[in-house]
Design a protein around this ligand. Structure first.
Ligand SMILES: Nc1nc2c(ncn2[C@@H]2O[C@H](COP(=O)(O)OP(=O)(O)OP(=O)(O)O)[C@@H](O)[C@H]2O)c(=O)[nH]1
Ligand SMILES: [Mg+2]
Length: 253
């Protein structure tokens, strides 16, 4: 049996190398958190399905390498993103100092108009670390200057990252629903203008819309037995099979 998803949202996760992005994603997905550091090569993409507000949402989580040498390659993966998580390590002041430059990098790549409306959140990782040198209030101050929500978390604490992913999902969903409403109205107007036959209905999503990508086709099926699957080539990451569970107001399928 297969179940379609109503929306596919791409979330890019960016930040300096070695700050815990890959471990954060593994923790969120309920995967084993890597015990040793293996640098991400360009990108890893995972999928995660949730039922939320009567919609089935598929999150595509793009774990992008923080390696400076990959910057041009990884920036190319910002395209078609619906949200971004900008991460730093609370035990690494340099990574904290680079938060602004990661946001600038998104603006340069996607344009400031798009970047301004892109749901973004900042997270301080390794909150458990004894070497912690950045306080929560320092993080909150910078995040508020940059107009972003701020979170902290640790891959050593279970469910540490549900809140940030759930909040971004709600924001993407709200944005998509507003776009759908606007497109319905616009299509209605243009169909009337063109005097199209009365019995033709305006499509829900315009073919020309940037948002057409997120509304999945009827035949875009996702295996309901698969909670999340690492899609890329990395052989160290095994697929996992999970039963549905309830997490913070949404159902994880
Ligand atoms: N104490 C502590 N260590 C962590 C935490 N998360 C990750 N680490 C350690 O930090 C190191 C780097 O973690 P990764 O998740 O691989 O870092 P990354 O940001 O994905 O790095 P790149 O792939 O190079 O961009 C690993 O050795 C982890 O064990 C955490 O919450 N607390
Ligand atoms: Mg990584």
């Amino acid at each position: 049996m297969t179940t379609k998803s109503d929306y596919i949202f791409k979330i890019v996760v960016i930040g300096n190398s070695g700050i815990g992005k890959t471990c954060m994603i593994a923790n969120y997905l309920g995967n084993p958190v890597p015990m040793t550091y293996v640098q991400t090569k360009e990108k890893d993409v995972s999928e995660h399905r949730l039922r939320i507000q009567n919609s089935i949402v598929c999150l595509q989580i793009w774990d992008l390498s923080g390696d400076d040498n990959c910057r041009t390659l990884t920036s190319a993966h910002y395209f078609n993103a619906h949200a971004a998580i900008i991460a730093y390590s609370m035990s690494d002041s340099s990574s904290f100092g680079h938060v602004q430059s990661w946001i600038t990098n998104i603006e340069r790549t996607l344009g400031s108009d798009f970047s301004d409306t892109l749901p973004k959140s900042i997270i301080g990782l390794k909150s458990d670390s004894k070497k912690r040198c950045i306080s929560q209030s320092q993080g909150e101050n910078v995040a508020s200057e940059l107009g972003c929500k701020h979170y902290i978390g640790s891959c050593k604490v279970e469910s540490s990252f549900n809140e940030i992913f759930l909040d971004l999902t709600m924001r993407m969903l709200d944005k998509a629903k507003i776009m759908e409403k606007m497109l319905r109205v616009n299509n209605y107007v243009s169909l009337v203008d063109e005097k199209v036959k009365d019995n033709e209905k305006a499509p829900l999503i315009s073919k020309n819309s940037n948002y057409s990508a997120i509304k999945t086709k009827d035949n875009d099926n996702i295996n309901p037995n698969r909670e999340h699957t690492v899609k890329n080539e990395n052989p160290d990451k095994n697929n996992t099979v999970k039963q549905p569970s309830i997490c913070d107001g949404c159902i994880v399928l």
